[in-house]
Ligand binder design. Structure first.
Ligand code: FO1
Length: 325
């Protein structure tokens, strides 16, 4: 079986047509997007991806969340890390290190090809959305994947050690500095890419994937605020926090450092102005009433996606929940 593709490719199509837009950040978002892509036909799923963690490194334009989503949908993702490519080699970065260059951000050889070609095309004047469309075609991805904006938006972490560029905080400093807040540089002038607002307008529902609310989803919501569609179509979020801990990454630590007890309920509350529904894990069943008091419908399921089949199962649960709203 191709890594990244489940046997659920033969999953029956949903009985009722549902056009879905999914907002996704890195690994958790990519996994649910992959599950949705196993069920929904290409014309019914648009995935809008965070670009706030993009940066220029070693002269290359790197889009970690965008690449994580694309590699995952294409069955090319590294199953151990969730980011980067499967069966990767590390000759280039090893030699950069030998020459005294920065090697804290591990770019694999195959992955570097993506950044080289993307950088070349950007320098030629192509937009990130055009390039992403071409790359998706080359990788055999049939569903629509859109970067949230063609304009650069840069997440800045305001920490107890000052302001840090996102990857500097996340990878180089291993999320050690205490966060005090976040800023999305460039967001004020950043328009959504062509097709993004149109997809939201045409969608029957929006799914906020189990990505970090602060640094993966909020940048997208800053570019495409969903308030204007409130009441016209359900927005459903899936919790990235289970039992007070983030499935992956620093989301729980961020809540904590911002003075909010990390929990599924805290995530629901974070999105409370836009949510119709919230999917939480069975481990957090005790939080259901608290979330319902926010006027948000709930669905309690197994949200962990350890195996490929879990992605389709969770996507199925999310679609079923949407149908009930
Ligand atoms: N994350 C790490 O923790 N260490 C790395 O060296 C690293 C390299 C890397 C290379 C390409 C890529 O697309 C992603 C990479 N990531 C790495 C993940 C990435 O920095 C974060 O997961 C996201 O930015 C947050 O969603």
């Amino acid at each position: 079986m191709t890594p990244g593709y489940s046997d659920s490719k033969n999953h029956p199509p949903p009985a009722v047509r549902r056009r879905i837009v999914a907002f996704a950040g890195g690994v958790g978002g990519a996994k649910l997007a992959h599950g949705l892509a196993q069920i929904l036909p290409p014309e019914d799923l648009t995935i809008i991806v965070n670009t706030g963690d993009d940066f220029e490194h070693l002269g290359l334009y790197v889009c970690p969340d965008l690449d994580t989503v694309c590699y995952t949908l294409a069955g090319l993702a590294n199953p151990e890390t969730g980011w980067g490519r499967v069966s990767e080699t590390w000759n280039a970065i090893t030699n950069v290190e030998k020459l005294g260059g920065p090697a804290w951000f591990r770019l694999g050889d195959q992955d570097i090809a993506t950044h080289l070609e993307r950088t070349r095309r950007l320098k030629e004047g192509q937009t990130l959305s055009q390039i992403t469309k071409d790359f998706c075609k080359a990788w055999g991805i049939k569903h629509t994947v859109l970067p949230m904006s063609d304009a650069p938006v840069r997440t800045v972490v305001v920490s107890d050690e000052g302001e840090l560029a996102f990857q500097e905080y996340f990878v180089h400093r291993r999320c050690e500095p205490k966060v005090k807040g976040f800023r999305f540089d460039g967001v004020a002038g950043a328009e959504a890419v062509v097709g993004a607002r149109e997809a939201v307008e045409a969608a029957d529902a929006i799914v906020i994937c189990p990505s970090n609310p602060w640094v993966s989803v909020d940048p997208i919501l800053n570019v495409i605020p969903l308030n204007e569609w409130r009441g016209t179509k359900p927005v459903v979020a899936v919790s990235p926090i289970i039992g007070g801990k983030a499935v992956k990454g620093p989301a729980a630590k961020m809540f904590d450092e911002l003075g909010i007890e990390p929990s599924a309920a805290a995530v629901a509350s974070h999105y409370r102005t836009i949510l119709a529904g919230f999917v939480l894990d069975k481990a957090d069943l005790n939080m259901e009433d608290q979330i319902k008091k926010l006027n948000i419908e709930t669905r309690v399921v197994n949200t962990l996606m350890n195996h490929l089949t879990d992605r389709t199962r969770l996507a199925d649960d999310v679609l079923d929940f949407i149908g009930s709203l």
